[in-house]
Structure formats: C-alpha cells, structure tokens
Ligand binder design. Structure first.
Ligand code: BES
Ligand code: ZN
Ligand code: ZN
Length: 480
C-alpha cells in the first residue's frame, strides 16, 4: 500500500474528496464559503453540523470538475496535533469506504502537516493482509492544501508508516509470526532504516546467562530470540537511550494456562517489541542527534513438555534467582534479561520499555492512558510531555519500595508474582526495576491501550500502534 503524498494550491486541486477540519466554533474558511456558502449556513442552522469530534458531514452539492465531494470533519473545540490526527484518519476511512482514490485535506497551519499525514496514514491502514486483494480498497493520493508549504511532509510519512508497521506486526497471527519470523522481520526493517542489527539465538542467550528469557521460551518448539538494533549518529552527545520491548509472539500462559477467552487476542503480546521496532525505524530515518538502541525480547509462551513448571527457580542474566510461581507472568521474565542486557551490554544511559505486561492496567486505567512507571522523574516527564503534544496519554503510578516486599523470595532472590491481585501493574514494574542496574528507566504498560477492542472512526479493531509516535518524539525532543 503506497500512497503518494503531495502539497498543492487549492486552485489547482483535482480530488475525489476535499476534507475540511471544522471546530465547534463553526468558522469556515473563505475558500469553502465561496463554493459551499448556502449549504453551510443551512447545516449550521439545522444543527446538522456542530463541529464535534468525529462528526462527519458530507456536503451534497453537485460535483465540480476539480472536486467531487466536500467533507466537513468535526475536530471539537481545538484544532491541534491530536484532533487533526484523528480527523485526517477519519476522513481517509470515510473516503476510502466510498471508493475515493484522491483525497485532499485543507490545513490552516504548517504545524498541522505532520500530524495530518500521520493521521491520514493511520486511517489508511486496513487489517487486510489475509483478505482477497480485490476486496480491499485503498487511496492512491493524499493531497494537502491551504496555508502550508508541506515542508514537514516527509517526517509525517516516516512516522505514519512506522506506526503502521507496528500495527501490521501486532495484527499478524502467531502461526506466521513466531520469535524467529519476528526477529527476521525486525532485522530486515532495521536494515532498511539504516540501523545496525544483531540477532541473538538460543545459544547466544545461553552464553549470556539469560536464564529468565530462556525459561519462558522453553515450552515452545519455536526457540526465543533477542534482537538489538542501533542508531548511532556522529553528532550525538553522551546520552544513549535504549528502547526495550516485550515480544511474546503468543502468550498461552504456559503451564499456568490462560482460559480460552483470555487467549484469543494473545498474539498481541508482542506489541511492546513491535512498538519499539516501529519507533526505532522512524528514528533511523528522521536522524535526530541522539544515540538510540533497541532491545527486543522474543519468545513464545507455550505449555510444551519442556515448559517451565510453577515452582522452578531460574537464574537471570544479572545473577538474581527467580522462583517462577506463575508461568503466565512471563513478560517480566523476558524483560528482566532484556533490561540487564540493555544496561550492561548496550551501555545505555537511559532505558524505556514497553510491554503488554498486566491485565491489571486495564482495571486501573482502562484503554485510555498508558501506565507510566519510572525510577526517574525527568525521563518520565519526557515521555509524558511528548505524548501530551500529540494526544497519547501516559499516567504515572507510584513506585514505593513497599510494593516489592511480596515478591521477595523465600528460597530465591525474587518470585515472579506477589501472591495477590493488588496493584498488579505496580508490582510487575517493581519486579522489572530490579534488573535496571539503577539506570534511569521508564516502563510503559500498554496492555490496556495497545489493542482496540472496537473499531474507531479512524481505525479498525486490532493493534492501535499506541506510543510509537510519542517515543519517536521523545528522541527528537531530546536531541533538539
Ligand atoms: N500478557 C499478559 C498481560 C495481558 C493481559 C495483556 C490481558 C493484555 C491483556 C501477561 O503476560 C499476563 O498474563 N500477566 C498476568 C500476570 C499475573 C499472572 C501476575 C495477568 O495480568 O494476569
Ligand atoms: Zn502471561
Ligand atoms: Zn504476556
């Protein structure tokens, strides 16, 4: 799916659809009033157009030679990076559904170009890789017009495509995306983005002493992998950010087997790794002045005959022993070794991990906020403020030492569960913290936000791509 993106003067426009973002103030651009004035006044008078978020009004005036249809797309009270992202996505979804091939979007400000392109590409994504191609409609051309130059077209396209890469991988069924297939794809995508890539197989993990990671993968016939990607520009300073991702390509729970219903969507348990891969491929192309690496921990959590048993004690890469009392708390095990690897072997000065780590995060925050847990306020602030600027929300949870107590082991240094359901997202994060070597670190629990249970006006059901754009922005803001 390749959409040609360009900027054009409105006078020269040839399009199936021209979409106009409309705020609740219902101020219409002069160019729109000139061609559609009467109809606009009527829509306002009858209350049909209010400019509310996700309100789409198709103007039914006779098509002209240059523009077949005008859409009004409500953005609510403010037109900003967040609202234009959604509106552009919704316009694309609506236009594609009606067979449009050339969609134009009117923008009143240069700062809207990048989020509009990101949103349009977001809206163009269809979870259709497994459908007959003649059932799939797509846009050929996206045209931006209005008071803009189009200078930030390219960055919008890079980030928009990175988010869709993440979504594509997360939506892939686990029969086609196991640890090895995921690692191969990560290698190919990394190299295409100009990154250095290293793939570690089971033997390499054994040599590194990655006992926690290996324990998760050993119940599956498909062995685990660790993938490291690196972006090291000449103009970088001393800081080195490492993005670490949970890449469980399928989570059955292992011998602590999940019920059938809870397992249905568990192909998305690699969303953390897919998020970090998407982010670093965009970073490799945008080339900010910051060293960024990425460590992806891939494994399939299966209850095979070699599977880790509840009560088994394993030794993590940093030497700590862990009693695995619940094999379904596997994300923290693979991340334990991945974080140690990032802190010790990648020499990162800052760590951010993303993981579909706990069901408890949905209880706490629903599918609205990503949980943000950190040992370093300024790093957490970077994530939060980058998210805020584009409409991805991160909410901090406390990290008091008291939360670790129930995971201290009797027979081992740690246990992988706390023994009750209280504060599950926090206890999981406290566990991870034990493997960070006191490096500034932030943990993003995307279990609630990484998957859309229902379609949105700008997205189908499935992978959401949440946090990719925020993380790209963290790297950009860091270096600027
Ligand atoms: N992958 C799950 C977390 C999850 C649950 C993600 C629901 C998305 C939706 C994780 O590996 C898991 O099973 N966590 C357990 C931890 C528990 C055993 C302490 C959970 O949340 O129930
Ligand atoms: Zn699990
Ligand atoms: Zn899991």
């Amino acid at each position: 799916m390749n959409i040609n993106i360009k900027t054009e003067a409105i006078a020269e426009l040839q399009a199936d659809v021209l979409a106009w973002p409309i705020t609740s103030e219902l101020q219409f651009a002069d160019e729109l009033k000139r061609v559609q004035g009467d109809q606009l006044s009527e829509l306002v008078q009858t209350g049909e157009a209010k400019g509310k978020v996700a309100e789409l009004t198709i103007l039914h005036s006779p098509p002209t030679e240059s523009i077949r249809r005008h859409y009004l797309v409500g953005v609510g009270d403010v037109l900003d990076a967040n609202s234009i992202f959604k509106a552009a996505g919704q316009a694309v979804c609506a236009a594609v559904k009606r067979g449009a091939k050339r969609l134009a979007i009117h923008l009143s400000d240069e700062s809207l170009v990048r989020p509009a392109i990101e949103g349009a590409l977001y809206g163009s994504y269809q979870n259709a890789a497994y459908k007959k191609s003649d059932d799939v409609r797509a846009l050929d051309e996206l045209i931006l017009c209005g008071s803009i130059t189009g200078a930030s077209e390219q960055s919008g396209e890079i980030t928009g495509q990175a988010v869709n890469l993440t979504r594509e991988l997360v939506n892939m069924p686990a029969n086609d995306l196991g640890p090895q297939e995921f690692a191969e794809r990560a290698e190919a995508e990394g190299k295409a983005a100009g990154l250095e890539v290293e793939v570690l197989d089971e033997d390499a993990l054994q040599k590194l002493g990655a006992g926690a990671h290996l324990a998760v993968g050993q119940g599956s016939a498909r062995p685990p992998r660790l993938v490291c990607l690196s972006y090291a520009p000449d103009n970088a300073g001393d800081d080195h950010l490492c993005l670490v991702g949970k890449g469980i390509t399928f989570d059955t729970g292992g011998l602590s087997l999940k019920p059938a219903k809870s397992m249905e969507t568990m192909k998305y348990d690699m969303a953390g790794a897919a998020t970090m891969l998407g982010a670093i491929t965009a970073i490799g192309r945008l080339r900010p002045a910051l060293r960024v690496s990425c460590v992806l921990a891939m494994a399939e959590n299966m209850p095979g005959s070699r599977a880790t048993r509840p009560g088994d004690i394993v030794r993590a890469m940093n030497g700590q022993t862990i009693e695995v009392l619940n094999t379904d708390a596997e994300g923290r095990l693979v991340l334990a070794d991945a974080l140690t690897y990032a802190a010790r072997h990648v020499d990162a000065t800052h760590l951010i991990d993303a993981a579909t780590l706990t069901g408890a995060v949905s209880v706490a925050l629903g599918n609205i906020h990503v949980a943000l847990l950190s040992n370093n306020e300024s790093l957490a602030d970077r994530v939060r403020s980058s998210g805020l600027a584009i409409g991805e929300r991160f909410w901090p949870l406390p990290m008091d030492e008291d939360y670790l107590a129930p995971m201290r082991g009797e027979q081992s240094d740690l246990r992988n569960i706390s023994g009750n359901r209280n504060a599950g997202t926090i206890t999981a994060a406290k566990f991870l913290e034990q493997f960070t070597d006191d490096t500034p670190w932030a943990h993003l629990d995307i279990a609630g936000t990484g998957w859309l249970e229902k379609p949105l006006p700008h997205a189908p059901r499935g992978a959401s791509g949440m946090a990719v754009r925020s993380l790209v922005r963290v790297a950009e803001e860091w270096s600027s």
